[in-house]
Design a protein around this ligand. Structure first.
Ligand code: PLP
Length: 384
């Protein structure tokens, strides 16, 4: 049966079958790892296998992982990079000096920090705006006429929700591209391209890989002929920012269980958020799955099957109380990052002390452990 004749498959099926990838040489049901850095030519000096020439331009394992991710994201093309920040950097490198960009405020600190330095160095005008507020986004777009708008939803660690469809309408109204960092949602919960975004970025280090053992980043688009995309493709090959074959192979393996993991993590995170919302030692919980979260309605509309693994809470008593709670937790690793099968806790104020993060804020990445065990651990750590 031709692929186009088949009924459209659901994400769980696409993922479990790694988008149909098998090892053609052995008929193995999983692809092999292809580590060659260079590829032969025939007697006429023609490339012998597709475009294969040199590993820096591309490789088979990365192609497979990109195809799986494109199918899950509903994208026509995906490019994989050696980290999420490498993907972000590749996109910003494609901007011309003298242009202007609008970036959501209070997003992942590493992104903010890097963009600020890069824009200053490269003479790109940078404005920061709370993009989860559509009125503020619209006013900033009209005032600054940016070439590109960068939003992150849900945002890390504040869990703010940006209405992607509304943001796309606003951005396109002033001729700006909308780029969405959808790391905390993953392609299972949200597909920003279908809501009008132009490019989606993921730190694939997080939920997409899901096992805390691969560093990777992705950009996806539905408009691969667009000039900025063409420049990113060219730059990735010539600047050497392609994901290596073994990491791509691991990523493909991780993606086989992506829908399963994300659904379970979201279910666990919802249960933990509800438990924490009623806890006397907890001042505030940030989780879009809670009905009183300001972004709940939008999140329920643009996220399917759950609200993700990321949640933040503010412990009563400030920095000392929060660090004591983190120190008493036994099932949560005290470590940065998110989206792995194991639960993590992080005191963000220690990492970014001067950014307005509440001193008592703990960010949790909820894994796939038993929800009852995680709740019991949080209960004992909070001193219930
Ligand atoms: N975007 C978000 C929302 C993140 O949380 C992170 C990392 O924590 C990144 C981007 C950067 O990704 P990487 O660490 O893979 O470079």
């Amino acid at each position: 049966m031709d692929e186009t004749d088949r009924p459209r498959l659901h994400p769980a099926t696409i993922a479990a079958h790694a988008g149909g990838a098998t090892d053609l040489a052995t008929a193995g049901v999983v692809p092999a790892v292809h580590v060659a850095t260079t590829f032969g030519r025939d007697e006429e000096y023609r490339k012998m296998q597709g475009d294969n020439m040199y590993l820096r331009y591309h490789n088979e394992n990365t192609r497979i992982a990109e195809q799986v991710l494109s199918k899950l994201e509903g994208a026509r093309e995906t490019l994989l990079f050696p980290s999420g920040m490498a993907a972000t950097a590749a996109l910003f490198r494609a901007l011309e000096t003298g242009t202007r960009v609008l970036v959501q405020s209070q997003i992942y600190w590493g992104t903010t920090q890097w963009i600020r330095k890069f824009c200053e160095r490269r003479g790109i005008g940078l404005e920061e705006v709370e993009a989860s507020d559509p009125a503020a986004l619209e006013a900033a777009c009209k005032e600054h006429r940016p070439a590109l708008v960068w939003v992150e939803t849900p945002s890390n660690p504040w869990l703010r929700i940006t209405d992607v469809a509304r943001a796309a309408e606003i951005c396109h109204g002033v001729g700006a591209l909308l780029v969405v960092d959808s790391t905390a949602a993953s392609p299972v919960l949200s597909q920003p391209l279908s809501l009008g975004a132009d490019i989606v970025m993921h730190s694939a280090t997080k939920g997409i890989n899901g096992h805390s053992d691969v560093l990777a980043g992705a950009l996806s688009t539905n408009d691969p002929q667009d000039q900025i995309w063409q420049e990113i493709v060219e730059d990735r090959g010539s600047a050497g920012a392609v994901l290596g074959p073994f990491e791509a192979w691991l990523l493909t393996r991780g993606m086989r269980t992506l829908p399963l993991r994300i659904r379970e993590m979201s279910r666990n995170a919802q249960a933990l958020a509800e438990f924490l919302a009623d806890h006397p030692q907890v001042e505030q919980v940030f989780y879009p799955g809670l009905p009183d979260h300001p972004g709940h309605e939008v999140a329920a509309r643009q996220m399917a099957e759950g609200f993700g693994c990321l949640l933040s809470l503010v412990v009563r008593g400030g920095v000392e109380a929060a660090l004591n709670v983190a120190g008493r937790l036994q099932l949560f690793h005290r470590a940065t990052s998110l989206g792995g099968v194991e639960s993590l806790v992080e005191h963000r104020h220690t990492i970014e002390p001067h950014t307005g993060i509440p001193e008592g804020l703990l960010r949790l990445s909820v894994g796939i452990e038993d929800a009852g065990d995680l709740i019991a651990d949080l209960g004992q750590a909070l001193g219930q």
